[in-house]
Design a protein around this ligand. Structure first.
Ligand code: EPU
Length: 428
């Protein structure tokens, strides 16, 4: 085990977890990261004040705020999840690589800049290590709407004198391309039809937000979205939806520790495929209108799951359910169909004593009776959630590095888990 001093010498901060406590109690989940980020970007579409509520206090949100400021917008955190954005003084259409390179969702500003100013020059985005993250379908959508797009020297440069509504059929379902196409089409002349569009709750939230600004979007929540362009979008006050991925993460963490947790101010309807998988794994889950409760059960049963676009099993909950299945009574099979390198965290679970083997897109998990604490590292946001859950269940002490990924998506993670009875501390 690395000593605290050695860790402090090399790495800025880490989490120290002494596993074995059963998570118990009630927690309120934050607003959804993947809804907050595009809604912040969509605020570019108006020169009036936007007030956003339930914005999570996470580093991805701070990065998006800095990106908007780099363009000339005023962004203020008002406390308790409130944020005001005013984009009346935007004077630049090219955010810097130093910010855009930090997360994939930075590319969300491209569509709104193009729609409002007729130009956007945005570096290719960076972000989590999940495999290649091309933006070819975003670019294709901008071109179909009438933009000239040049991809050179690491930038996507889109320009248009006028944009015109059109039919866009995505060759595969993409959350990012659907968002950018929708945020562009709301302000073009004529009608745009998005076919094979993503149906994730965060896409629905973005469309509802845009309509609150005065956009005319129908087919929301279906795979065919129809957008009638309008001349002007207005300021609005809007509350972000609850984070379904964090809700699922806390429930799976409760299950792997043999605990009982209720997540409140959340929407169970967003989590149907996850809840159904958890029930197949022998977990007792009770849903109310705005809460989900996981009750203590004696064992975790093995299951087979396969990630797919909404309403299928979410790829972002694949790592944490895999972590839970490491101590199931039997062999589980998890298939990942969205990202080609999403199983990188499996090596970290092995350090804790889990038995997993990965071949291509499939992970076979042979349940073991117990996990044991070890030094481990998060390589992406959701891997971070999975590793934390596994360390909470493991016997003995674990240290988790890679907090720069964990902090991108988990609001106040150590205080949330401490409140549920976990022995977790941030060092450094
Ligand atoms: N793809 C292309 N070309 C494109 C766009 C996407 O080939 O132009 C591919 C991607 O490489 C990927 C697949 O299509 O294999 C799906 O990508 P998608 O565009 O749907 O995902 P995304 O917009 O990059 C968002 C979330 C992810 C979440 C996925 C899938 C945000 C900020 N990110 O990513 O969330 O896993 O949708 O639901 O909304 C996370 O929060 O940790 C996270 C990774």
């Amino acid at each position: 085990m690395l000593t605290e001093n050695l860790l402090l010498g090399v790495i800025l901060s880490y989490l120290k977890i002494v596993g074995g406590s059963h998570l118990r109690g009630e927690i309120e989940v934050s607003g959804a990261k993947n809804a907050a980020l595009p809604v912040m970007a969509a605020s570019i579409l108006t020169d009036e004040d936007v007030l956003l509520r339930r914005i999570p206090d996470i580093s991805d949100v701070w990065i998006m705020a800095d990106i908007l400021r780099s363009l000339g917008a005023k962004v203020a955190f008002e406390g308790k999840g409130d944020m005001t954005i005013n984009c009346s003084d935007i004077s630049c259409v090219s955010p810097p690589y130093e910010l855009v390179g930090k997360m994939n969702a930075s590319f969300d500003v491209t569509g709104p800049l193009l729609a409002r100013f007729g130009e956007a020059k945005v570096p290719l985005p960076g972000g989590c290590n999940l495999g290649s993250r091309p933006v070819d379908m975003h670019v294709e959508a901008f071109r179909i709407l009438g933009a000239e797009v040049v991809c050179q020297h690491g930038f996507v440069h889109a320009k248009a004198k006028t944009l015109q509504g059109n039919k866009i059929r995505f060759r595969r379902i993409s959350v990012g391309a659907t968002k950018n196409a929708m945020m562009t089409a709301v302000k073009v002349d004529g009608i745009t039809v998005l076919e094979n569009a993503a149906m994730e709750p965060e896409i629905v939230d973005l469309a509802v937000f845009l309509n609150a600004m005065g956009a005319r979007i129908t087919g929301i929540g279906s795979n065919t979205i129809v957008i009638e362009g309008v001349k002007k979008l207005s300021g609005v006050s809007y509350e972000i939806i609850p984070d379904r991925i964090l809700t699922g993460t806390y429930l799976a963490a409760a299950a792997v520790t043999g605990g009982s947790v209720t997540v409140i101010r959340t929407w169970p309807d967003f989590l149907e495929s996850f809840i159904s998988a958890m029930r197949s794994a022998g977990q007792k889950i009770i849903c109310g209108k705005d809460y989900v409760k996981l009750e203590k059960t004696e064992k975790i049963l093995p299951i087979e799951i396969s990630s797919s676009p909404h309403p299928g099993f979410p790829t972002d909950l694949q790592p944490v359910i895999t972590a839970m299945l490491t101590i199931a009574e039997g062999t589980s099979v998890v298939t990942e169909n969205i990202f080609d390198r999403r199983f990188m965290y499996v090596d970290e679970l092995r350090r804790l004593g889990a038995s997993l083997s990965v071949s291509d897109r499939t992970c076979i998990i042979r349940g073991v009776p117990k996990l044991f604490g070890a030094p481990v590292k998060a390589h992406d946001i959701r891997a971070g959630g999975a590793i934390i859950a596994a360390c909470l269940a493991a016997e003995g002490e674990s240290t988790i590095t890679g907090l720069e990924f964990i902090d991108r998506g988990h609001e106040k993670i150590e205080s949330v888990l401490s409140d549920l009875g976990a022995n977790i501390r941030r060092i450094g």
